[in-house]
Design a protein. Sequence first.
Length: 236
Amino acid sequence: MGLRFETRRSDSPWVDTVWTCTSEQVTAMTSVAGVRCGLVFWEQAGRAYAGITGPESRTGTAPVPEDATFTGIEFAVGTSLRAVPTSALVDGGIRLPDTTRRTFWLDGTRWETPGPDDAEALVESLVRAGIVVRDLLVAEVLRGHRPAVSKRTVERRFRAATGLTWGAVRQIERARTAAEMLAAGDTAADVVAKLDYFDEPHLARALRSYVGRSARQLREGAGGAIGLDLDQRLTS
């Protein structure tokens, strides 16, 4: 009972992950800070819904539709929707209108609702239509490249593409990785060393701010439903 996640990485440069989730006898979860926009589709009590998800700058508590099934697409960092400023999505989202089990309405056009295996095909169609866009500079900076522009320009581009500062993106991504490592069995000391936290109290503060769990809770799977697939195992 609770939330049952399945997550897979995507080969598409526009998509980070595709996930599915089933909620069973749970009405609320701990939301986890995240740096990506996305699309989510769900069914509950025979009705279909769709929405745009935004970056989350901090952890919190979020409602969960009871006995619902979800399919979600998380875009790569720096990828966004043309019609909606990412800054308007931070710590929130938008419910899309006129959704049916087969179709949803986005940016003035009706699209087929995807299953998990159709996610990349949908995003490619949205890219061709100019609805999904991305800032390549953001992707290059995240890969460690140093672009020939000022730090102020980099910061401005990060805010426009992600709704967050470059520093916030790094901190949130590191905290999520730490949570996954702890859930997979790493000790807090190992995580501190591998992810360059100053010390264990520094790690604890980051987990509290961005994940809403302590290191012990993550290792033991305690604390209730959480909006993060902690069953996956890191491969690098």
